[in-house]
Design a protein around this ligand. Structure first.
Ligand code: ME8
Length: 666
C-alpha cells in the first residue's frame, strides 16, 4: 500500500501568563483550518500546539499569586486547553515545556551544542526587558526602549552561556537566497535580512542565573536554559527527538510549516535555523509570519483593557461564525483590525444571508414541492451549466489558495459559488415552476443543482467551519462519507438523484447589531472589572485618591466658587510606564506623558487595585499644579484622579484614548 504523504504544521507555543485572547486564537484557528484541509486531502497530518511555560515572568507572577510556578501554569494551561476544545481545534499533540520528556531533550540539545563548541560561557552585559524576557542590543532598541513592547529596559549583567549565532549570518543569507519560500510573506524576509542579518548578528544569550524557573543546565546547574533553546526545541522534542516519549521525529521532521506571529518571525527564521544547523539537523520547510489583530485600530493588550475574549464570542455567535470571520476577514500575512461591528456584519451578510439562507430555502423547497425527496426525472436548461462549471472549477481554485496559505481568498472563492447559486434561484424562480404540474422535472433539476452546489461549497468550507458543514450535510441528505469527501467535491452530481433532505435548525440566526454591540461592551467591562484585584490596601498617604481613609461620599459637603475650581489644573496624561514602589504594598510609580515634552512622575496609592501593566498605555486625568511631594522617598509631581467605587474599591478615572496628551480638563 502506498504510504500517505505527511504534513507537519505547528502553532507557536503560547505563554500561559494570561488568558489567551482573539489574537492567539487567530493563529490556532488558521493552523487548524490548514490541518483539516490537508487531512481531507488525504495527508497524514501532525498538528502541534502547546504552551511555553518557563521564564522569569511566570516565576514572578506565581510569586505574586502565592503559588508555585508549576501550580500557576497548570491552572492557566487547563484554560488554554479548554479554549481549544471550545474552538474545535483538532491538534494531535499539545506540548508543555514543563513536560518531563521535553526538559530531558532540551538538556541533551544544550549539552550537544556545548560539546560541539556552539555554546560557550561568557558574561552578558546588555539591555533587558523584564516583561518580554528579552535581551536587546543598543542598536535594536527603539527610542531607548524595548522594540517589542515599547517599555523601559534595564542594564543587566551576569554570567551566561552564549550560542554562536553570529557565525551563521552567511549561511542564513544563503538559505534565504536558495529558498525564497523559506520565509513568507516576502516582506518579512526583507525585514530579517536588512534589519537583523546585514547589520550583524550577535551571539545569543541562552542561559540565566538570576531565576530558577527553567530547564536546568545539567552540567552547570546554577544556570537555567533561557527562552529560545527551550521554546523552539519544542517542535522536535514533541516528535520524540532526544526522548523516548514519542517516536515520529523521522516521520514528520522537517516541519512543512511553522505558523508564527510577526514579532517572533526573527526567532523562527534566524535563531531556529541556526540552532538546527549547529545540530546538523534538517531545517523546517517554511516559516509563515502572520499579521496581528488589533482591536478598533489599537494594539490588543491587557494593559489597554481591549483584549477580545474568544470564548464570549463563541458563546454568543457559535464557534464556526468566529472561525469564519477570522479567516475570511483578514489576509493572513497582514495586520487586521478586529471590531465587533465587522464581526457581526460579516456573520449577517455571508453566513446568515448568503449561506444559511441558501441552505434553508433549498431544503424548504424540496420539502414543500416534493415532500422532502426529489423525483429522479430531469429537464436540463442552459442556465444550469454555469453552476455546474463554476462548482467543478472551484477545486483547483480553493486548493491553489490553500496551498499559498491564503485562507481569505480560499473562502472568498467558495462564497462566490454560494452567491451565484442564490442568483440562480432568482433566475430559475422555482416558486413559479412549482405552480405548474408540467414543470416537475425542471423544478427537480433546479433544486438538485442547488443541493449539489451547497454540497460542493460545504465540503470546501469544512476545514474552516467543520460543525456547520456536518449540519449542512445532514440537511441536504449527503449521508455517506464518500459524497462529503474533498475529492468528491470536484465532481458535480454526486448526490443521489432521488435524494432526501431533512430540515434542521437555522444555521446562522441574524444578529441584531445595535443590541449585540451594547451587550459585547458590557461583557468587556465585566471582564475588565474581574481582572482588577479588589483587596483593600492599608491606609495610604499617596498623592492620589484619598480613598483609604474615607467612606464613600454620599453628597457634596461644602460649596466652592468657580474661581476656586479654576485654580486646579486638570490635564489628560498617558501612562508610559508603571512599577511598584519598592517596599510599599500601596504605591505605584507612574511615568506620564502630559504633552509637555518633559516626563512627569507621579506616585499613586492604587497598587491594591491595579497591577502596573494594567495601566500602561491608559489615559488618566492628573492634577497638574499640585505641589511636588516625596512619598517613600520617591518624587511625585501631581496626582491621578480616582473614584471611590464602593467599599474596598477605588477606580482610576480613565480618559477617552482619543484625547491628546496634555489636554485641559474643565
Ligand atoms: O511569543 N494578533 O508566546 P505568546 C495576532 N511563547 N497574533 C497574536 C496577537 C494578536 N493580537 N497577540 C499575540 C510567544 N499573538 C512565545 C512563542 S514559539 C517557539 C514561542 C500571537 O503567547 C503572537 O504573534 O506571547 C505569537 O505568534 C503567538 O500569539 C504566541 O504569543
Amino acid at each position: 500500500m502506498e504510504e500517505k504523504k505527511t504534513f507537519y504544521i505547528t502553532t507557536p507555543i503560547y505563554y500561559p501568563s494570561a488568558k489567551l485572547h482573539i489574537g492567539h486564537s487567530y493563529c490556532t484557528v488558521a493552523t487548524d483550518m490548514m490541518a483539516r484541509y490537508k487531512r481531507m486531502r488525504g495527508y497524514d497530518v501532525m498538528f502541534l500546539t502547546g504552551t511555553d511555560e518557563h521564564g522569569q515572568k511566570i516565576e514572578l507572577k506565581a510569586k505574586e499569586a502565592g503559588v508555585t510556578p508549576k501550580e500557576y501554569v497548570d491552572n492557566i494551561v487547563s484554560g488554554v486547553k479548554e479554549l481549544w476544545r471550545l474552538m474545535n481545534i483538532s491538534e494531535h499533540r499539545f506540548i508543555r515545556t514543563t513536560d518531563d520528556y521535553h526538559e530531558e531533550s532540551v538538556q541533551k540539545i544544550f549539552k550537544a551544542l556545548y560539546d560541539k563548541g556552539e555554546i560557550y560561557k561568557g558574561k552578558y552585559k546588555g539591555k533587558y526587558c523584564t516583561p518580554c524576557e528579552s535581551f536587546w542590543t543598543d542598536t535594536q532598541l527603539v527610542d531607548g526602549k524595548c522594540p517589542d513592547c515599547g517599555r523601559e529596559v534595564i542594564d543587566a549583567e551576569e554570567e551566561a552561556y552564549f550560542f554562536r549565532l553570529s557565525k551563521y549570518a552567511d549561511r542564513l543569507l544563503k538559505l534565504y537566497e536558495e529558498n525564497p519560500g523559506f520565509l513568507e510573506p516576502k516582506s518579512r524576509m526583507n525585514e530579517m535580512v536588512n534589519n537583523f542579518i546585514k547589520p550583524g548578528l550577535e551571539d545569543l544569550c541562552v542561559s540565566r542565573t538570576s531565576f530558577t524557573w527553567g530547564v536546568p543546565v545539567d552540567f552547570d546547574p546554577k544556570h537555567v536554559v533561557y527562552v529560545w533553546v527551550d521554546a523552539l526545541s519544542n517542535y522536535i522534542t514533541a516528535l520524540g527527538y532526544g526522548n523516548g516519549k514519542y517516536h515520529d521525529y523521522e516521520k514528520y521532521w522537517p516541519a512543512d510549516v511553522h505558523f508564527v506571529g510577526k514579532e517572533i518571525v526573527r526567532f523562527h527564521s534566524i535563531i531556529w535555523p541556526a540552532i538546527l544547523m549547529a545540530l546538523d539537523l534538517p531545517l523546517p520547510k517554511k516559516i509563515y509570519g502572520h499579521g496581528w489583530l488589533n482591536f478598533n485600530g489599537e494594539k490588543m493588550s491587557k494593559s489597554r483593557g481591549n483584549v477580545v475574549d474568544p470564548a464570549i464570542l463563541c458563546q454568543r455567535y457559535g464557534v464556526d461564525s468566529l472561525r469564519y470571520f477570522l479567516l475570511r476577514e483578514f489576509p493572513f500575512g497582514s495586520d487586521g483590525n478586529f471590531s465587533n461591528e465587522g464581526l457581526i456584519s460579516r456573520i449577517n451578510s455571508d453566513l446568515a444571508n448568503d449561506l444559511g439562507n441558501l441552505v434553508s430555502r433549498t431544503v424548504s423547497m424540496v420539502e414543500k414541492y416534493f415532500g422532502g425527496t426529489l423525483p429522479a426525472e430531469r429537464e436540463a436548461d442552459p442556465l444550469d451549466q454555469e453552476i455546474e462549471e463554476m462548482a467543478s472549477a472551484l477545486k483547483a481554485k480553493v486548493e491553489a489558495q490553500m496551498e499559498a496559505y491564503q485562507f481569505q481568498n480560499a473562502l472568498t472563492e467558495v462564497m462566490k459559488l454560494v452567491s451565484r447559486t442564490n442568483k440562480y434561484i432568482d433566475e430559475t424562480a422555482p416558486w413559479v415552476l412549482g405552480k405548474d404540474p408540467e414543470k416537475k422535472a425542471r423544478l427537480a433539476t433546479v433544486l438538485y443543482h442547488m443541493l449539489e452546489s451547497i454540497r460542493v461549497a460545504s465540503i470546501y468550507l469544512a476545514p474552516c467551519m467543520p460543525g456547520t458543514s456536518e449540519k449542512i450535510w445532514k440537511q441536504i441528505g449527503a449521508n455517506t462519507p464518500e459524497i462529503c469527501s474533498w475529492d468528491s467535491a470536484g465532481e458535480f452530481g454526486k448526490l443521489p438523484a432521488n435524494v432526501t433532505v431533512a430540515k434542521g435548525e437555522t444555521l446562522f440566526p441574524r444578529i441584531d447589531m445595535a443590541k449585540e454591540l451594547e451587550a459585547l461592551e458590557g461583557e468587556r467591562q465585566k471582564l475588565l472589572a474581574k481582572e482588577q484585584p479588589a483587596q483593600k490596601p492599608e491606609n495610604t498617604t499617596g498623592a492620589t485618591s484619598q480613598k483609604a481613609e474615607k467612606e464613600p461620599v454620599e453628597g457634596v459637603t461644602s460649596l466652592i466658587a468657580i474661581d476656586d475650581f479654576a485654580k486646579v489644573q486638570l490635564r489628560v496624561a498617558q501612562v508610559v510606564s508603571c512599577e511598584k514602589v519598592e517596599k510599599s504594598d500601596k504605591l505605584l510609580k507612574l511615568q506620564l506623558d502630559d504633552g509637555s515634552g518633559e516626563p512627569r512622575q507621579v506616585v499613586s496609592g492604587i497598587a491594591a487595585w491595579y497591577s502596573p501593566e494594567l495601566l500602561v498605555g491608559k489615559k488618566v486625568i492628573i492634577v497638574a499644579n499640585l505641589k511636588p511631594a516625596k512619598l517613600r522617598g520617591v518624587l511625585s509631581q501631581g496626582m491621578i484622579l480616582a473614584a471611590d467605587a464602593g467599599e474596598n474599591d477605588v477606580r482610576v478615572i480613565f480618559a477617552d484614548p482619543e484625547i491628546p496628551n496634555g489636554s485641559t480638563v474643565r
